[in-house]
Structure formats: structure tokens, C-alpha cells
Write a new protein. Structure first.
Length: 357
């Protein structure tokens, strides 16, 4: 019995080893496929590095959003070396610098950086972007000692905001329908909303996207003195959005057009500007003015993204936003995002000691 059991176990283990060997070969082949596709354009050293790996050295520089170095930040660098990706952990020095080396196929290296009191950041580096020059010398990716800069934004005054992010159907096209960002719904009679912060005019040719159909939404600010302005997001940060609304900035009242299309919608108007998806739209609404037209009270929010698409017989919209429920409070820093970033720090540190992986 023991002999038979041992022989059976050897057979199973031998099968597993053979399967693992074949899997590794398959992964190497998959990595090598781009080399074959770019044959004649890539140097042999680069093709070899893409298939079997080469050493990379990165100088990571971490600073805050004022340009000051951030010391003692936790760093995780994930190298994409197939079939065995690996991670290196460490801390930034007094100059906010962390130097790391590791073997990689060159497709993707991830940098996860976090520290208590800051919003985490995640960035990627590739040594083999499409249509770019690549170089490997002596088994090392060039430039050896690549500099990568990461910004950690300080947590200032995160507080509870009203978040909105679900898809809702617009029951009527070619008419203005109000959206209440505080109640996260369309205004009556289409929903439970009481006050329109923005209004949506939906258009749709009735065709699904695979039949070259289009749908669009024109968005305007509702109420006198309401408007918005754009702020470029901070790339790679877990909180890329503006901290506050700036009362000194002009709040534009132009309509915004969001289009989801294969076909081209008719009657495009230059007065309707496209939604800037790489930016945040800071919003002012619910304004109350005195006799001279000076604002005495207003509410502020932030639209992070706006999507439109055909639903089941309706045009569907999704507004990703936060809204400050306190009148005249310009703070837009969301406690929920701060909470998520505090959790993210665990992924920047070595496994163990209660960290989640």
C-alpha cells in the first residue's frame, strides 16, 4: 500500500511539475511575442530583455504638492518580471528619495507610495512603450538610474460629503430635466429631488451603439449666479481633486456637451464645450443674492466625471460628484477618499504586521 501510494504521489507531483514547466514556457512565449512582432525594429538586446528580463534601476523622488520632499514614506515597487513578478519595499530618505533595482521584462513597473497624513499615489513606468526607442546595455535597461517623481498630497480637512455616482435614466429627451446633487436624484416629477443643481437635455437617435447610433447630454447650471470652472486633476494621486472651491475664480455659465457616439450627432454648437474628463468641474449652485446682486449664500460641489449612454429605452447618465451640504463652505475634501487612502498605505508596506495584501 505504502509503495503504491508513494508511486501515485510521485506521478501526481511529476504531472504538476510538468504542468508548471509548460506554464512557464507559455508565459515566456507570450512575453516574447511582442519581440517577434517588432522584429527588425528592436535591438537583439531589447528583444532578449523583453523575453528573459534585464535589470532596472530607478531613483524615486517623492515630494508633496508644495514641492517639499517627503521623508519616511512607505514605498512598494512591483516589477513585472514573468513568470515571477516580485516586489521591493522600503522608505524614502530625508531627501524624499528611494533607489531600487530589480529584474523586469520592461512592460510595467508599479510604484505605490503612502504615508500617514497624506493621500497615497500610484504610478507606472514602462521601458518598452509603443513606437519609442528602447535600449539595453550589459543586461541593464537604459537609462540605468531612471528618475521617477511621485507627488504625495497632504490631507488637510477631509469631511463628510454627499457623493453621487450611480446611473439614472432620463425619462424624457429634448427637454431640460433637473438633477439634485444633494438628494442624488432627478427633480420632481421625474425623481425625489427638490432643487436642481444642474439640468440635463438628453438627445438620442434611438439606435444602439453597434448600429452607429449616438446619444448626448447637454448640461447647464441651474439657477441665477450658478456656474462652474475646471481644475486639472493631479495625476497618479488617490485624491487628484481640488481641495476647495475658489470664490475668486469666475464661475462660467456655458453649457457643456457630453457625447457617447459612434455616429456623429447633428447640430454641434460652438457654444457648448466638451466635458474635460481629465479635470474636475467645481460647481456653485443654490445661490442667494442681496439687492445689489452680491451672493450672500451658495453651495459648492465638484463633478469628477459625467457619462452618457443608451439605456433600456432611455438615455442614461452618470454623474460622479461630491457636494458639500453646508452653505458657504467651500471645502471639497471628501472623508471617504481619505479613508480609502489610509487603507491604501497598507499596500505600500511589506506583508505581515496586519497589512492586507
Amino acid at each position: 500500500m505504502c509503495s503504491g501510494s508513494f508511486g501515485s504521489r510521485r506521478f501526481v507531483e511529476g504531472g504538476k511539475l510538468e504542468m508548471n514547466r509548460k506554464l512557464k514556457v507559455l508565459l515566456i512565449i507570450l512575453v516574447a511575442i511582442p519581440c517577434a512582432l517588432f522584429a527588425g525594429r528592436l535591438k537583439p538586446e531589447v528583444e532578449r530583455a523583453m523575453a528573459y528580463g534585464a535589470e532596472a534601476k530607478i531613483c524615486l523622488k517623492v515630494h508633496d504638492d508644495t514641492g517639499q520632499p517627503v521623508s519616511n514614506a512607505s514605498v512598494a515597487v512591483v516589477f513585472d518580471m514573468l513568470p515571477s513578478p516580485h516586489s521591493v519595499y522600503g522608505k524614502t530618505d530625508t531627501n524624499g528619495v528611494f533607489v531600487v533595482t530589480g529584474k523586469t521584462n520592461g512592460n510595467k513597473i508599479r510604484f505605490l507610495v503612502g504615508k500617514d497624513g497624506y493621500y497615497g499615489s500610484e504610478k507606472e513606468l514602462s521601458y518598452v512603450p509603443m513606437n519609442a526607442e528602447h535600449d539595453v546595455k550589459d543586461g541593464k535597461w537604459q537609462p540605468y538610474g531612471t528618475e521617477v517623481t511621485v507627488v504625495l498630497r497632504e490631507m488637510r480637512h477631509p469631511q463628510q460629503m454627499i457623493s453621487f455616482g450611480k446611473w439614472i435614466d432620463v425619462p424624457q429627451t429634448n427637454t431640460w430635466v433637473g438633477v439634485d446633487l444633494m438628494r442624488r436624484d432627478l427633480v420632481k416629477p421625474f425623481g425625489s429631488g427638490e432643487v436642481a443643481d444642474v439640468e440635463v437635455w438628453a438627445e438620442w437617435d434611438g439606435l444602439p451603439p453597434w448600429k452607429s447610433g449616438y446619444c448626448l447630454a447637454n448640461v447647464r447650471f441651474a439657477g441665477p449666479l450658478s456656474g462652474g470652472y475646471y481644475v486639472d486633476n493631479v495625476s497618479d494621486s488617490k485624491c487628484p481633486y481640488p481641495y476647495t472651491a475658489d470664490k475668486t475664480v469666475a464661475f462660467d455659465e456655458k453649457q457643456i456637451r457630453i457625447v457617447n457616439r459612434n455616429g456623429e450627432p447633428p447640430n454641434l454648437s460652438s457654444t457648448r464645450v466638451p466635458f474635460r474628463h481629465a479635470s474636475s468641474l467645481v460647481l456653485r449652485s443654490r445661490c442667494v443674492a442681496d439687492e445689489d446682486g452680491v451672493i450672500k449664500s451658495a453651495s459648492y460641489g465638484r463633478i469628477n466625471d459625467f457619462e452618457v449612454g443608451p439605456g433600456k429605452g432611455f438615455v442614461a447618465i452618470r454623474i460622479s460628484s461630491v457636494f458639500n451640504p453646508v452653505p458657504n463652505d467651500t471645502n471639497l475634501e471628501d472623508e471617504e477618499i481619505a479613508k480609502q487612502s489610509r487603507h491604501f498605505i497598507r499596500h505600500c508596506e511589506p506583508p505581515g504586521k496586519g497589512n492586507l495584501k
